[in-house]
Design a protein around this ligand. Sequence first.
Ligand code: SF4
Length: 420
Amino acid sequence: MPAVIRCQDLVQSVADALQFISYYHPADYIRALGRAYEREQSPAAKDAIAQILTNSRLCAEGHRPICQDTGIVNVFLKVGMDVRFEGFAGALADAVNEGVRRAYNHPDNKLRASVLEDPQFARRNTKDNTPAVVNVELVPGDKVAVDVAAKGGGSEAKAKFAMLNPSDSVVEWVLKTVPTMGAGWCPPGMLGIGIGGTAEKAMVMAKEALMEPIDMAELKARGPKDQYEELRIELYDKVNALGIGAQGLGGLSTVLDVKIASYPTHAANKPIAMIPNCAATRHAHFVLDGSGPAEFEAPSIDDWPKVTWSPSKDARRVDLDRRRHQRHLAATSSICSHSRRARSTAASKECNLTPKASAASWCRGSRSLSSDSMSGVMKPGSSAATAAATTDATGVRLKPSRIAGRRTSITSAIRSISCW
Ligand code: SF4
């Protein structure tokens, strides 16, 4: 008797997963970040990590997004070949998108819609964050395993790919490439690396590698089992030795883990892809076996380290109303706020974002000054980057006009089609 996967179970599970990850960091990320806080020597980077941890705990308590950029949804489905689908009026991706729609328009925690329907011309917001980027793989078995992630635009903007010569060094390429990413991917986070296959296979592997839990401390404690684990450790140590640090402020922890996925490749090629994940690491995993929608267990607040950020006595209080004019002037400058801070890091030499903006620069809007951060009061949703701006009062950015106005609309737009 094949397992019956009902449409409504997939829709509800995706919606619940996206709400869950919008306000709960994964426990492995919090543990790793707590360790990074303990060992950090740089006061600025330590302060930034304290902000991320404090923001994270507040968001978990208040069920509010851990970052203003609530991401684009990435879904990996591993579909058992013995399952039977029931109640689907359209494709599997349509059901996933209905889950996305419900999650991002949830009346209790509306999430910012970031997806534009046409990337080249109209660039019009779809208003419900659909569509997700959906990857489906058929595998043996009678279950459907699902990875759901909400990937930040800033970290996605720093994705890299190269077709190396077979004799080229992966380590050299990574160490040469990471500094070109600046701090616009909001470290500390992870690097997902895909080696082999073809160009597109390497990119997908790099992204999927980011779905794995952070376990670098455990890996180092038990020792590597194979050459890929040795490579993970080498990259982790050498990338952190670059000194980029939390939010690019210079420090010991730029990455909390490095994940590598590999696949056989053509003898003439060595494709490599690298995709960073940011401080707003958000992913959840569930399995549907026909018994109903997935359930997500809320973490205990005790899982968060006892770290509470408070503003430096040197922080300046800024009247944002008086800064509007300056904000306009800053937006017309050719140097973005991020590049100004990046100058202080050894690794960040330039900012290629222009004020008018790509999705990336808009994501980087988290670095604009908010009343929360400038008054020294952190509220859920003040990203680490926002908080880091407290002592960098010159950084101001514009948001693309097409996105504006989304936050004020608190209407629920759950549609009624087929099973949903
Ligand atoms: S932490 Fe940075 S890259 Fe990540 S979602 Fe927030 S603004 Fe975007």
